[in-house]
Design a protein. Structure first.
Length: 243
């Protein structure tokens, strides 16, 4: 698949199956089968003449990658300032389907390093403060569909494993525009998260501070929200004026 994509990327014009098979060393039937699968997912476009070009899905995926990279670049200076103010780990997370992926992190010797918050680490949406931000942005039907898909597994006695408890928590998040993690992903670890929005007002990431429960301070809500708002503003977001 990658050799076919590379061949199409280097060709300025639509390419025939015969030429693609020759340039990649694949048997024509094998190349045809792979191209058919990629055409079905819009990674490749097949033209009436039986030639192929790269598909629109690659542009969509490229834009997603570009937006996430820019979020990291924009967010990091703000994250470092927040880290200096609070002295605890600051995390940047994005959503991928039913999980949160942590794409950036600031830490120090004083911070308690947890596997779930390592860069590249993943966690279920309902078990993290950043993940709950994304669930709160979903509609009721989407939240219930998430609950059916995942079964709301728990990791600690504090995990929200019942739909009614999760919905109550999400309602609170919508009202206050920030989320907590009260030792729900790991015993001894608490977090506060605030939303980061794009220039179109879409929730694109979450900013969180994580710390051992005995060092957790609810007064961090304000600086976390202010920092997330500053990152959102740097991405072009403008909060709608109240009427």
């Amino acid at each position: 698949m990658m050799s076919l994509l590379d061949a199409l990327a280097h060709a300025p014009d639509p390419v025939s199956l015969k030429v693609l098979a020759q340039s990649t060393g694949l048997h024509p039937s094998t190349a045809h089968r792979i191209l058919a699968a990629m055409t079905g997912s819009a990674l490749v476009e097949r033209h009436e003449a039986g030639t192929y070009t790269l598909g629109i899905r690659l542009l969509e995926l490229g834009n997603i990658v570009k937006s996430r990279i820019s979020i990291r670049q924009v967010a990091l200076p703000h994250m470092q300032q927040l880290h200096e103010l609070i002295g605890e780990a600051v995390n940047l997370g994005i959503r991928l389907e039913d999980e949160i992926i942590y794409v950036e992190r600031t830490s120090s010797d004083r911070s308690l390093l947890r596997v779930v918050y390592l860069v590249g680490g993943r966690a279920p949406l309902h078990l993290t403060s950043v993940g709950k931000l994304f669930l709160a942005a979903d509609g009721l039907s989407e939240v219930r569909a998430y609950a059916r898909r995942t079964g709301l597994p728990g990791k600690t006695p504090h995990s929200l494993t019942r739909l009614d408890a999760l919905e109550k928590e999400l309602d609170k998040i919508r009202r206050h525009d920030y989320a907590d993690d009260n030792e729900e992903a790991e015993i001894g670890l608490r977090c506060i998260a605030a939303p980061i929005r794009s220039d179109e007002g879409q929730l694109v990431a979450g900013l969180s501070v994580s710390a051992p429960a005995d060092r957790h301070n609810p007064d961090w809500v304000k600086p976390v929200k202010l920092t997330a708002a500053a990152i959102s503003q740097a991405l072009g977001y403008r909060k709608p004026a109240r009427r």
